[in-house]
Design a protein around this ligand. Structure first.
Ligand code: NAD
Length: 489
């Protein structure tokens, strides 16, 4: 069976590691190919070449560096259908969802093409007679992205285009669960003649990530994944002197006020909770209805969730694909069980016990649990599956208290037609991304992708000018040039 190769210094190379891991199609349960488990030697080789390439790449004018990004954009546009299909096969999401993340990746490339302007520093003339002072931004060296499984295309593009546009060289480590999507993108990008060593890809799991954390050439790391690993990467990376931004897990709440437009709220929240089978870090995981909102919302929600067709993401009639793995399915089913033991009432049970019905795939249909208790495990734990918990609050203050009670702070949303309620929520919600009448509060590429509390470790975020600042360091220059020196010539 095929073992996926690494892309280092403009060449496809076999991993030095002899251990492999299977990559499974989550819709069928069938093994598709193998990915190397990863090892230090692979990262050391990639980082050495990236370091060599850096000495030349940093001196290529930014206006020329971004020409390669224009090439990336047209390749992703031209091959979107093919890339989406690979993404769906590996990750399970629907083709429409795979296409959508390719668009998000492209938007980040477009913003990164503004690097020549975004890198501009400040300039002050004559801070004293004949003396000027200014700031220049310079690249750091070798950067790396350690990516999660749930957005195989988009997430590395929150960082990589910015990093290389600023003159860094780069290593992407895709998730070992979805390695082929980025591999195909690299095959296509190899047509662009990007100078050797500027863009590299090394596969593997923890060993590869650890090697990135230890490598002396790697100066900056962008991590996205679960909170425990984010904390680990942040601690070890910064202890080793690297700049680290680490995005972690989430448990996002949505408040529905009695004055919300219920049709709209139900549609948007259903899509938010069950899109990508609930495997989005901005997905609605808990809904808190306020006052009279409860009855209408809950009834309409069950109807809408029932209508979501679960199946293979390659089928155009499918609304929701499988979860990523058998282990993930078991973990989610255990959490549903735990939720019922804690007093949760199952309004819609998506657990599929008949293996014939699943056809070997890791399917769970939309599941809704009501009566979630404050402080219960199901309220606190990230489920990362198609399970929506329902809570109730007598007023907005109580609802906001519930929103803010967990350890995560990725996103919080409110549905209301009342500007004052929306404004209060926007101010008081302890979350990095806030939505008003929005189900997935995903920032556009020209805004930073925020995150608070246990959902983010670091300072500067991915996307936008933040990514430019993360992948550059400032140099403050002060110069004296007296007029009389010019008169000598
Ligand atoms: P994960 O933490 O299991 O893996 C993420 C990456 O870390 C992978 O590349 C993996 O190989 C590596 N890794 C795993 N364990 C490691 C370890 N012990 N040491 C070093 N590296 C390790 O996450 P996942 O299951 O791939 O992705 C789902 C998680 O990602 C969810 O928690 C989700 O909320 C989060 N996520 C967050 C955001 C965000 O913007 N905050 C976006 C997408 C996903």
């Amino acid at each position: 069976m095929e073992v996926i190769r690494n892309y280092i210094n403009d060449k496809w190379v076999e991993s030095k590691c002899s251990t492999v891991m299977p990559v499974i199609n989550p819709a069928t349960g069938l093994m598709m190919y193998h990915v190397p488990a990863g090892c230090e030697e692979d990262i050391n080789e990639a980082a050495l070449h990236a370091q060599h390439a850096f000495s030349l790449w940093k001196n290529v004018p930014a206006t020329q560096r971004i020409q390669y990004l224009f090439g990336m954009k047209s390749i992703l546009e031209k091959h979107a259908g093919e890339i989406a299909e690979i993404c769906t096969k590996e990750c399970g999401k629907t083709l429409v969802e795979s296409q959508a993340e390719i668009i998000r990746a492209i938007e980040n490339i477009e913003v990164a093409c503004g690097a020549p302007k975004l890198m501009q520093g400040d300039f002050s003339e004559d801070i004293a007679r004949g003396i000027d002072e200014y700031v220049i931004r310079q690249p750091l060296g070798v950067g790396a992205c350690i990516a999660p499984f749930n957005f195989p295309v988009m997430i590395p593009f929150w960082f990589m285009p910015y990093a290389i546009a600023c003159g860094n060289t780069y290593i992407i480590k895709p998730s070992e669960k979805v390695p082929m999507t980025m591999t195909r993108i690299f095959e296509l990008f190899s047509q662009l003649n990007i100078p050797a060593g500027v863009l590299n890809m090394v596969h593997g799991g923890k060993e590869t990530a650890d090697a990135i954390l230890e490598n002396n050439y790697v100066k900056a790391i962008s991590f996205v994944g679960s909170t425990d690993v984010a904390k680990y990467v942040y601690r070890h990376g910064t202890a080793n002197g690297k700049r680290v931004q680490a995005q972690g897990g989430a448990k996002n709440s949505v408040v529905v006020m009695p004055d919300a437009n219920m049709e709209t709220a139900v549609k948007i929240i259903t899509d938010s909770a069950f899109g990508c089978a609930g495997q989005r870090c901005l997905a609605a995981s808990l809904v808190i209805t306020v006052g009279k909102a409860r009855e209408t919302f809950n009834t309409k929600l069950i109807e809408a969730a029932k209508n979501k067709k679960t199946g293979n993401g390659l089928d155009p009639n499918t609304d929701m694909g499988p979860v990523i793995s058998h282990q993930s399915k078991l973990r989610i089913e255990n959490l549903i069980q735990k939720g019922t033991e804690e007093g949760g009432k199952v309004l819609l049970d998506g657990r599929i016990t008949d293996t014939k019905e699943s056809g070997g795939g890791f399917f769970i249909r939309p599941t809704i649990l009501d009566n979630i208790k404050e402080g219960s495990e199901i309220q606190r734990t990230e489920i990362f599956g198609p399970v929506l918990g329902l809570m109730h609050a007598e007023n907005l203050d109580v609802a906001i208290k519930l929103v803010n009670s967990g350890k995560y702070g990725n996103a919080a949303c409110i549905f209301t037609q009342n500007g004052s309620a929306a404004r209060k929520f926007r101010n008081e919600a302890i979350a990095g991304n806030v939505g008003v009448n929005i189900g997935i509060a995903a920032p556009m590429a020209f805004f930073p992708f925020s995150g608070w509390k246990d959902s983010f470790f670091g300072d500067l975020h991915g996307q936008s000018k933040h990514a430019i600042e993360f992948y550059t360091q400032i140099k403050v220059v002060i110069e004296r040039w007296h007029d009389e020196w010019a008169r000598k010539f």
